[in-house]
Design a protein around this ligand. Structure first.
Ligand SMILES: NC(=O)c1ccc[n+]([C@@H]2O[C@H](COP(=O)([O-])OP(=O)(O)OC[C@H]3O[C@@H](n4cnc5c(N)ncnc54)[C@H](OP(=O)(O)O)[C@@H]3O)[C@@H](O)[C@H]2O)c1
Length: 241
């Protein structure tokens, strides 16, 4: 049994990960900016409360994200506080070195900080979560059509990612990246949007779009998908039900 601090433990991936780690008999505390049961309150961006939050912890599972550039500052503050830790397991995104989105660049910079920190670590990259695709499609509810970029994705369920994170916590640090993980199916966004439309009983047409620019090209070339066999089991269609 390890004493584990989960940053981002209140988030989409964090919640099933905390459940899974507890089911594996680990002692888990959640780092959050808000008080709550089993929470330690700290702010990764400012660093406030961080030193006290990591006290008594063997392993940190770092899932927090600003969804933007502050991920670098957050990783830097966390690593300073994590000196002497047995293992830091860090969540990242598949294809960040091939897709020039500003958010992905900051994830890549954060990965580099982790690798250079001297703290024993394992980085896990995963493909887009099912709920992200659901959110992007649902956000268009006031549009007359569902706009769907013609790019392939390999979405994964957060419950499947949580299983892999728990496996990694129970192993020695790799001091590198674990093999990237992706979901069971590779589907174009228009295909996913048609599935979504059927389950959500939307009558609006799905409109595939092709965009210019390096980011779209990288996605269109499959840069967001992973090599090798799928890790995840739950499909997007099953997630929607
Ligand atoms: N979404 C995807 O499709 C996807 C795909 C692959 C990898 N990932 C990665 O998976 C990880 C989890 O993503 P997610 O979608 O589950 O995130 P999320 O639902 O947006 O949750 C973000 C979490 O970060 C915490 N956080 C944000 N700013 C913080 C701060 N200043 N101090 C402390 N905590 C802070 C929040 O905690 P409080 O609000 O409680 O403070 C929250 O728990 C991220 O590293 C992300 O890059 C995401």
């Amino acid at each position: 049994m390890s004493s584990i601090l989960v940053t981002g433990g209140t988030g989409t991936l964090g919640r099933p990960t905390v459940t899974r780690l507890r089911a594996a008999d680990h002692q888990v505390r959640v780092l959050s900016r808000k008080p709550g049961p089993d929470h330690v309150v700290a702010d990764l961006t400012s660093g406030a409360g961080l030193q006290a939050a990591v006290e008594g912890t063997d392993v940190i599972v770092h899932l927090a994200t600003s969804q933007g550039r502050r991920d670098v500052q957050q990783a830097s503050n966390l690593l300073t506080a994590a000196a002497g830790m047995k293992h830091v397991v860090v969540m990242s995104i598949a294809g960040i070195d091939r897709i020039p989105l500003p958010y992905y660049r900051s994830k890549l910079a954060a990965e580099r900080l982790v690798a250079e920190s001297g703290v024993p670590y394992t980085i896990l990259r995963a493909t887009q979560f099912h709920n992200l695709i659901d959110r992007v499609l649902s956000a268009q509810r006031f549009f007359p059509a569902v706009i769907a970029p013609s790019i392939p994705l390999q979405p994964i369920a957060v419950e499947d990612v949580a299983v892999r994170l728990t496996e990694l916590v129970d192993q020695a640090p790799l001091n590198g990246r674990a093999p990237d993980i992706g979901g069971p199916e590779r589907r174009s966004v228009p295909e996913l949007a048609r599935q979504w439309k059927q389950v959500r009983a939307s009558s609006r047409p799905v409109v595939p779009v092709r965009l210019g620019g390096r980011t779209f090209r990288a996605f269109a070339d499959g840069a967001a998908m992973v090599d090798g066999p799928p890790y995840g089991h739950l499909t997007f269609g099953e997630y929607l039900l």
